[in-house]
Ligand binder design. Structure first.
Ligand code: GLY
Ligand code: MN
Ligand code: MN
Length: 465
């Protein structure tokens, strides 16, 4: 069952935004364009996240305008019987105010005539910068139309501001409705991972020719079966050495007995992403070296989870992960103590980067890599510099974001061991990542993706079932 968000919630978000525009400000928020895939086939339409956050409206060719006094105007596709026969139902401007709680609505084709009127006598225009190609030029056109009237006493806005700066901050902290949808999306995705694990064990037990796409099919089935609209991003289903390719996509490679499979996949549900990675033995039983590396990644994730709480910095889970991985790389012989030195040396010299080359998490929300500044807003001026030990580049640091209840992030450490001189052969071509989604709470964090087990023994047990 999908969760319904009352229209009043969107109205409250619009009102909160209006309060920040200044009384003489005005904001323009278009949805995403439709995009041609080939000939007369389009890519599946996905609304713009900012627009959806403020309206809950999923039709294409729409645009929302909010003025600083709180008045809202929607531009949407007009009713059109012929187009509705071909493409489906349209809400239409006449029904929009009652359905969506906006003050006025017009047909999308009226944007060019209505916008100059709406912009007249405003001081500042806000819109999302560098999101919609062509929007800045359209705003200029509308402003030019206002200028043509200044000799009659009209005022033309003289400031333009990036609306993302306001909306990113609002979206960073998820309200109860958003958290509820994200919990449900995570639950569906967890079920999909379980389904893929069990199919893998079953096919290998039956001696069947299993391919990565067979497991991808299980994910898609489970997502759609429970009302998810589509995957939140291209699913990664990587067998064996393919797991060492960070952005690998489910393909045709065989999934072999004795190999690990890394699946990074999550559904999107009603506009919200989930993002889970599990790594499991294709046949349901970890080998010794696989279990050793898996145990290390899991220990590093546990350290990251313990560091994820209100008041901590965004970078704290990453630092906790790296400390555990660095020590483990020395203990397991991935790095040679005689060359790499102590765990602190491994961290200081960034030697761990050979096997762990990404960050431990990112914001999660409507977008899988969600919006929101990673720098604490009140501390942007506190700049420090350091020299990167690997590239020699000077890096500018600013204090990392302080975590607050309602923020949602992923915790996703990994190890990717490519064949290389000096690296024990038993570990060659093993790629492992474990990724869970966490809502920050007052006292710690709530892992919303643990519907799929993470401990090696529990994965083996579920694959025997
Ligand atoms: N699936 C994308 C990521 O984990 O960041
Ligand atoms: Mn992720
Ligand atoms: Mn992921």
């Amino acid at each position: 069952m999908n969760i319904t968000v009352p229209a009043a919630v969107y109205a409250q978000r619009r009102a909160r935004l209006a309060d920040q525009l200044g009384r003489d400000g005005i904001a323009i928020i278009p949805t995403a364009p439709e995009r041609q895939r080939n000939r007369d086939s389009d890519f599946l339409f996905r609304h713009d996240s900012y627009f959806y956050y403020l309206t809950g409206f999923t039709e294409p060719n729409a645009c929302l305008v909010i003025s600083g006094d709180g008045r809202t105007t929607l531009f949407c596709q007009p009713k059109d019987l012929e187009r509705e026969i071909w493409d489906g139902y349209r809400l239409g401007p006449a029904a929009a105010p009652a359905a969506l709680g906006v003050d006025a609505a017009h047909a999308s084709g009226d944007l060019d005539t209505q916008l100059p009127r709406l912009l007249e006598n405003r001081v500042c225009v806000w819109y999302p910068f560098a999101i919609h190609s062509g929007l800045a030029a359209r705003v200029e056109g509308w402003l030019n139309a206002v200028r043509a009237r200044v000799r009659y006493g009209a005022l033309c806005p003289a400031e333009q501001n990036d609306l993302c700066t306001l909306l990113d901050e609002m979206r960073l902290v998820k309200d109860a409705h958003e958290q509820a949808i994200m919990r449900r999306a995570s639950q569906i995705s967890a079920g999909a991972h379980i389904r893929a694990m069990q199919r893998s064990a079953r096919m290998l037990r039956a001696g069947e020719d299993m391919r990565e796409y067979h497991l991808d099919a299980e994910l898609l089935h489970e997502f759609r079966q429970h009302g998810s609209q589509y995957p939140a991003y291209g699913s990664i289903v990587a067998a064996g050495a393919n797991a060492c390719v960070l952005h690998y996509r489910a393909d045709t490679a065989p999934v072999r007995d004795g190999e690990l499979v890394l699946i990074d996949a999550g559904c999107e549900l009603d506009g919200y992403a989930s993002d889970i990675t599990r790594t499991f033995p294709a046949n349901g039983r970890f080998t010794g070296p696989q279990r050793a590396l898996y145990g290390l990644v899991l220990a590093s994730q546990e350290a990251a989870v313990a560091a994820t709480r209100a008041g901590a910095r965004f970078t704290d889970p990453h630092d906790a992960t790296v400390a555990v991985l660095a020590q483990g790389m020395l203990d397991l012989g991935l790095l040679d103590r005689n060359k790499a030195g102590t765990a602190q040396d491994v961290i200081d010299q960034r030697a761990y980067f050979q096997f762990y080359m990404h960050r431990t998490g990112h914001w999660l929300g409507m977008d899988v890599h969600d919006c929101g500044s990673y720098v604490e807003p009140g501390e942007v001026g506190q700049v420090s510099q350091r020299k990167d030990p690997l590239s020699g580049e000077m890096i500018t640091n600013r204090p990392s974001r302080v975590l607050r209840p309602g923020m949602v992030l992923t915790i996703e450490p990994g190890l990717y061991v490519r064949a290389a001189a000096g690296v024990p052969e038993a570990f060659h071509n093993i790629g492992i990542r474990i990724e869970d989604d966490a809502i920050i709470t007052e006292s710690g964090c709530e892992l919303i993706t643990r519907g799929v087990p993470v401990k090696a023994d529990e994965i083996e047990a579920l694959m025997r079932a």
